[in-house]
Design a protein around this ligand. Structure first.
Ligand code: SF4
Length: 282
């Protein structure tokens, strides 16, 4: 791949054969970690077999509070060509119920090339920050079954503060609007196609969370929403404390009033070893 990179809204326009852009990754897919039978996603994705969680290295957002900053910033992991990645999918689908592509955006073109070689037989979850280009997602859409998308901020200024971009909300709105065309399809209790919108509540940014809930209620009614409490400060994070029970309760109360379907993460999930538990449905 020789062309300059404009995969995501950063539009770095670098030749990733020679140098990295904001995402800190070259052209080859790099995976830092693969976990089979991963059972810590939302209940409608967590059956007996669990998901094959594929953690891509690098990130096009790099939030200052990132819990996975060794992965998002560190160029760690094994490289794969599109052919090798297609082989990996073939191998891993035997033992898992879903593929969970975690932070895949900056490898969108490379993943598309792999899908053209081999289309998985189990559902593919696109688990991203929603800071991406709809035009790229349109090309991937036929291979993606479930969008598991963050809506981090409903205010570009908050995105600027934590994720070093001026247009997070503009881009995420477009992406969510596109992804919402994928209607939810369940088999028994498990989602096989559709959209889940995730929101991590940040300490001291409750107004942002309330705007996120209001935005979803007005623009994406009846979609599954997952409200998360797991924020834990890292050494690099500008937010130095955990969420308080009162802050979380305020956001939960708004969600109960306005959101029809979804999950609250157990407040106790805010631990250094991230093991989310989803307690009650909204
Ligand atoms: S994918 Fe990476 S190099 Fe390409 S535009 Fe986005 S941040 Fe820049």
């Amino acid at each position: 791949m020789k062309e300059i990179c404009d995969i995501c809204p950063r539009h770095c326009k670098v030749n990733r054969n020679e140098k990295v852009g904001f995402c800190n990754e070259f052209n080859k897919i790099r995976i830092s970690k693969i976990i089979d039978h991963f059972k810590w996603e939302e209940p409608c994705l967590t059956n007996e077999k669990g998901v094959c969680a594929i953690f891509f290295s690098g990130c096009n957002l790099k939030c200052d509070y990132c819990q996975n900053y060794e992965i998002s910033c560190g160029q760690v992991g094994k490289e794969y060509t599109a052919e090798e990645f297609a082989e990996l999918l073939k191998e891993k689908e035997k033992d898992n119920s879903y593929f969970d592509f975690i932070t895949p955006t900056h490898f969108s073109k490379q993943i598309l090339s792999a899908f053209k070689i081999y289309q998985p037989k189990i559902p593919v979850i696109w688990n991203s920050s929603a800071y991406e280009e709809v035009e790229m997602l349109k090309q991937l859409n036929e291979f993606i079954d479930i969008y598991l998308l963050d809506l981090k901020y409903a205010d570009n200024l908050v995105g600027r503060k934590y994720s070093n971009c001026n247009d997070y909300f503009n881009k995420a709105r477009e992406v969510l609007s596109f992804a919402s065309k994928k209607m939810d399809v369940f088999e028994k209790d498990y989602l096989k196609q559709g959209l889940i919108i995730r929101h991590l509540v940040l300490p001291s940014e409750i107004e942002n969370s309330l705007k996120v809930i209001d935005y979803i209620a007005e623009n994406l009614p009846n979609r599954i929403v997952s409200v998360m409490s797991q924020f834990t400060p890292t050494p690099k994070s500008s937010i130095k404390r955990k969420l308080t029970p009162l802050e979380y309760k305020i956001v939960q109360n708004r969600a109960v009033k306005k959101i029809t379907k979804g999950y609250f993460q157990d407040f106790e999930s805010a631990k250094e070893t991230f093991i989310p538990k989803f307690l009650e449905e909204i």
